[in-house]
Write a protein that binds this ligand. Structure first.
Ligand SMILES: Nc1ncnc2c1ncn2[C@@H]1O[C@H](COP(=O)(O)OP(=O)(O)OP(=O)(O)O)[C@@H](O)[C@H]1O
Ligand SMILES: [Zn+2]
Length: 724
């Protein structure tokens, strides 16, 4: 009897395909194979074997398997199948997301050239190196700490080059070595972690002791040493053969976190993020799939990797919005991490100084256990936060006199200052002061941001850009001026006000060049007086010890937004950025400039008590019957005209007659036109998640079966983070 298999393809279609398998061949779920598809062939993944195909259907024979083992082990297959149905995304696309690009394309699951390994010959030899050979010296230090041959891929991930290795090789300092046997990679390089403080010990004891499933919310204020706790936890609980997953919002911004893990776990640490090339992805993926005892530190998509011996999952900064994928397969890596831990029977720890309201709610209802760490580590104390009302104060480039004075005083004392501003570019508006003309994007309903460095006007929503005008295109006046503040302008103003101090800007524009972030971070770490200016990128996890002053240029953005999550996100960002002050032995101070110093949210922010604010916000959510008290899904539509988009959603609204589902809309999105497409949305809410899921699933099936105009696009976002 020949077998019939059901196969998923990497296509945006919500269906699977059956093939018969020629006699004598066996396939198992998760295996890659080649199958005929239309006039060509495609790479598929077996989802199910021994299926009974619908009667009367003439099946084609499956092609050869690409390897004789499942690329996706059962547990990963199960995780992704659950996610595909929960997030209403085609299974094939979800499954292929768990493969590295090379395997999606059908390349063999092996590395073409064997990997080289490197080790130190002579430890004392570093004195022969030229004085400026810092990187080579660091490289030797890495090899010395590793206590065994280090794979080239790991050195490359740390930014070293083959040229540096060869140069050291020629001097007789390092040499290529034999590959150590698998699973014999050195585990711990520096066995002594710094001892935990009293408060940390207490928190540590409250972390899960058992190896079965448990979900813990670690509420640890900024600078309390959550990373230290993770290290101790893994050192204590992870078996020699076990794997662990550490999710972080963004790796390149905080290389020091990875360095801290490497110091203790050496070759066990591997990283996973968007800057890896195809070969690095394949390498890392293979190590994970082969069950090597790695501790993988990765961004969002790392939660999809095929671990087989997972013993612990940590989600750092669990509130961070980057855990939610914004397009395509719109999954939440945090929520998938919890599901994954459940399936793997292992603990998951969600850590944050500003936990999401979702997680706090889960802790309240007993789904998660909350562990608190409310003291800063070492000599550090919590920063004091003051509101600075700027309504009647003259501003210089967005900065008030008291702020400038405070900056001057901190620099005078040879300390560092951080300025937070939530907009990149020079100014959000370029305006003609004679006729009032404002530069707008011709393709989006938004204004163009002025970038002074290259005198360009750019749309931050589509890629449109044009040269900035000197003469108003409407009235030809020369009185065209930037209005409002961006990071570039703050940088300029500060450089003028403090000419003797380096001003370092961190935003998406200033960090495009590879290594630029690293060089800024090293400069700040040297501890000399400097001013750091940036967007939320400066708030994420940095641990600079000499920053004693943080200035928030304008806190008001989130106060009056239509998005119901805006206040939560505003409070989180402001507390995170405040938390960068006073992490060393000197106390920290935070000045928050605002036009609404009497606003209750800002008032309690000054108190610095996140839990009290979160409690207030949760009460408001409950009163308005919003998540996390109800489940939410959004149907978004995009069309060449707003009528079409709204009309389509209106039809859906008519057809959804379920009393248990509350429907808002259809309404145009806050950014109603983006890249010439008109956007509208319909919000669905229900008390029970399972119920909403069934309704949405039926809706998807129905929409899939309909013949819709090709110009109309719709998507469904489950547990959306953006709702405006
Ligand atoms: N037990 C300890 N002994 C010595 N130093 C410690 C200890 N715990 C933490 N530290 C130091 O305190 C600082 C803050 O720790 P860490 O970066 O882990 O905090 P965090 O809780 O992750 O903060 P944030 O949420 O603000 O990123 C670090 O410089 C760390 O090295
Ligand atoms: Zn645009």
């Amino acid at each position: 009897m020949s077998q019939t298999v059901r196969v998923a393809l990497n296509r945006p279609i919500r269906r699977l395909f059956d093939y018969w398998v020629p006699e004598g061949r066996q396939l198992c779920p998760g295996q890659r194979l080649r199958v005929p598809f239309g006039p060509r062939s495609a790479i598929g993944l077996v989802v199910e074997t021994g299926v009974t195909p619908p009667p009367g259907l003439e099946l084609k024979p499956a092609g050869a398997a690409l390897e004789n083992w499942p690329a996706l082990p059962p547990e990963t297959l199960e995780l992704l199948s659950w996610a595909a149905s929960y997030y209403q995304h085609p299974l094939g696309e979800c499954l292929f997301m768990a493969l590295p690009p090379a395997l999606r394309r059908g390349q063999p699951a092996e590395l073409t050239a064997p990997e080289s390994f490197w080790q130190l010959i002579d430890v004392s030899g570093s004195t022969n190196l030229p004085a400026n050979a810092h990187r080579q010296r660091e490289l030797m230090e890495q090899l010395r700490l590793a206590e065994g041959p280090v794979p080239w891929s790991q050195l490359r991930q740390q930014g070293y080059t083959k040229a540096q290795l060869h140069s050291l090789g020629q001097k007789g300092l390092v040499r290529a070595a034999e590959k150590p046997a698998v699973n014999q990679l050195p585990s711990t390089t520096e066995s002594n972690l710094p001892p935990l403080t009293g408060a940390q010990q207490e928190a540590f004891r409250a972390l899960p002791q058992e190896c079965g499933f448990s979900a813990t919310l670690l509420y640890g204020i900024t600078g309390s040493g959550k990373t230290e706790l993770y290290l101790h936890y893994l050192q204590d609980r992870l078996e020699d053969a076990g794997q662990a997953l550490v999710l972080v919002p963004e790796i390149n911004l905080t290389p020091q976190t990875v360095a801290r893990f490497r110091r203790y776990f050496g070759g066990r640490i591997v990283v996973w993020h968007s800057a890896l090339n195809d070969r690095e992805r394949l390498e890392t993926w293979l190590r994970v799939r082969n069950g090597e005892p790695v501790i993988l530190i990765g961004t969002r998509s790392a939660v999809l990797l095929p671990f087989t011996r997972l013993q612990a999952i940590i989600v750092d900064e669990e509130h961070d919005s980057s855990y939610k994928q914004g397009e395509g397969f719109r999954y939440s890596a945090r929520d998938m991490a919890v599901f994954r831990a459940q399936r793997n029977h292992c603990p998951v720890i969600l850590g944050s100084a500003t936990p999401s309201l979702e997680s706090l709610h889960n802790a309240r209802t007993g789904k998660y256990t909350r562990v608190d760490l409310t003291e800063r580590a070492g000599n550090a104390t919590e920063p004091t936060i003051s509101l600075l009302d700027i309504r009647s104060r003259p501003l210089e480039g967005g900065l008030s006199r008291p702020a400038i004075q405070a900056i001057g005083a901190a620099l005078e004392a040879r300390q560092q200052v951080l300025i937070y501003i939530n907009r990149r570019g020079y100014s959000p508006v370029l305006m003609c002061f004679d006729c009032g003309h404002i530069a707008e994007c011709p393709h989006c309903d938004t204004r163009l941001t002025y970038h002074r460095r290259d005198r360009a006007l750019r749309c931050h929503h589509c890629d449109y850009q044009q040269p900035a005008f000197r003469h108003c295109p409407k009235c030809d006046s020369e009185a065209c001026h930037p209005v409002g503040q961006g990071t570039e302008r703050a940088e300029e103003v500060l450089a003028t006000a403090f000419p003797a101090t380096p001003v370092l800007r961190i935003d998406r524009d200033s960090t495009q060049r590879k290594g630029s972030i690293q060089s800024i971070i090293s400069q700040v770490n040297e501890g000399n007086p400097c001013i750091l200016v940036g967007t939320q990128m400066v708030a994420k996890g940095h641990d600079f010890h000499n920053i004693t002053l943080v200035v928030v240029i304008n806190a008001d953005g989130g106060l009056f937004s239509v998005d119901f999550r805006a206040p939560e996100q505003m409070v989180q960002t402001l507390l995170q950025v405040s938390g960068r002050a006073g992490r060393g032995s000197l106390p920290g101070k935070v000045l928050i400039q605002t036009c609404h110093s009497d606003h209750p949210l800002l008032q309690s922010l000054a108190g610095g008590n996140y839990l009290a604010m979160a409690k207030q916000l949760l009460t408001e959510r409950q009163e308005s019957a919003l998540p996390p008290f109800r489940a939410m899904a959004i149907v978004r539509a995009e069309a060449p005209s707003m009528e079409e988009a709204l009309g389509f959603l209106d039809q859906i609204r008519q057809q959804l007659t379920d009393d248990a589902v509350e429907i808002w809309g259809p309404l145009p999105a806050a950014l109603a036109r983006k890249a010439d497409r008109h956007r509208a949305q319909l919000i669905l809410q229900a008390d029970r998640r399972g119920h909403l899921n069934r309704v949405v699933s039926r809706l998807c099936a129905d929409l899939d079966s309909r013949r819709l105009p090709t110009s109309l696009r719709w998507i469904i976002d489950i547990d959306p983070l953006e709702t405006s």
